[in-house]
Structure formats: C-alpha cells, structure tokens
Design a protein around this ligand. Structure first.
Ligand code: UDP
Length: 147
C-alpha cells in the first residue's frame, strides 16, 4: 500500500550537514568515511552554503534562545556539505553516531567527540525526527538529485 511505503521510506532516511568548521578544517573525508563505514548509504550530497535566511529558517525553533544569532552567523560562515543518508532506523542511529550536542558529553568514538570543537561549532547536524529529515532533505534536493 502506498501509505506503508511512504512510511517505510521516511523512517529509513535522515538529513545531515557537515558544518562550516568541519569543512574548513578538512574533516569532510574523515567524517564521510565514518558515516559510510557505519552502514549509511549516501542518497544525495552537495557542497553548498546557507544564506542568512536559510539558517534562520532552519533553526527557527531556537529563535528565542540566546545563542541564535551566533548560530546563524556560524552556519553561514562558509560552505557546508548537505546530504541525505539511508539506513534502517536512520534518524536514531545517526544521532547515536554523531553523539551529544556538546562534544564534552559525547560518547567516545562519536563524530562530535572526534571532530567537534565546542557545543556551538559541533561539526555535524543530524535530523531529530523523520518529519524533519524529510523537510530538511527536500529543502536542499529535488527528487531527481536523490539516488
Ligand atoms: N547550539 C549552540 N549552543 C547551545 C545549544 C545548541 O550553539 O547551547 C547550536 C549547536 O550548533 C547545535 C544547534 O545549535 O547543533 C542546534 O541545537 P540542538 O539543541 O537542536 O542540538 P542538535 O540537535 O544539533 O544536537
């Protein structure tokens, strides 16, 4: 049934960004290597840069938080790698792989533990729900850019 298929597709995909600090420091290869070695298939990927409006919209949920201005500035400070990833239980498994928001709290071996400088410049984004994964992925990629 169509409804079941749609549901299955959504739960198997997540959206990630390798953030400007990670790109600047030359960590693209290392991070992508860990992602694919952990069983994620790259469905879509590009080097791109967020505009201020993009970053404000992306993090609108945090607009009242004290770090919002700095977060928008940081996320627009250079190119990012945007990608859609596929794996069973993608959203949850990817959040486990990247580790806690604050690298000081992130588990040993996680991407943020290895590559993040601080709670704000934390190297990588991972969607927090299937719904957001679909919204965030569709923002960056058309259907024909997804493989
Ligand atoms: N962030 C920050 N200071 C904070 C909390 C979050 O600068 O005290 C930034 C950080 O880059 C984080 C992003 O805001 O990744 C989004 O925060 P969220 O709580 O959604 O964390 P995430 O889902 O990225 O782990």
């Amino acid at each position: 049934m169509l409804s079941n298929k749609t549901h299955t597709m959504a739960t198997n995909r997540t959206f990630t960004m390798l953030k400007p600090d990670a790109v600047r420091k030359g960590y693209i290869g290392g991070i992508l290597d860990q992602i694919t070695a952990s069983g994620f298939r790259i469905v879509a990927m590009k080097l791109t840069q967020l505009t201020t409006d993009d970053a404000k919209a992306f993090y609108a949920v945090h607009s009242e938080r004290p770090f919002y201005g700095e977060l928008v500035e940081y996320m627009t400070s250079g190119p990012i790698v945007a990608a859609i990833l596929e794996k069973e239980n993608a959203v949850e498994d990817f959040r486990t792989l990247i580790g806690a928001t604050n690298p000081e709290d992130a588990a040993e071996g996680t991407i943020r533990k290895k590559y993040a400088a601080s709670i704000s410049e934390n190297a990588v984004h991972g969607s927090d729900s299937d719904e957001n994964a679909a919204i965030e992925g569709a923002f960056h990629f058309s259907g024909r850019e997804q493989f």
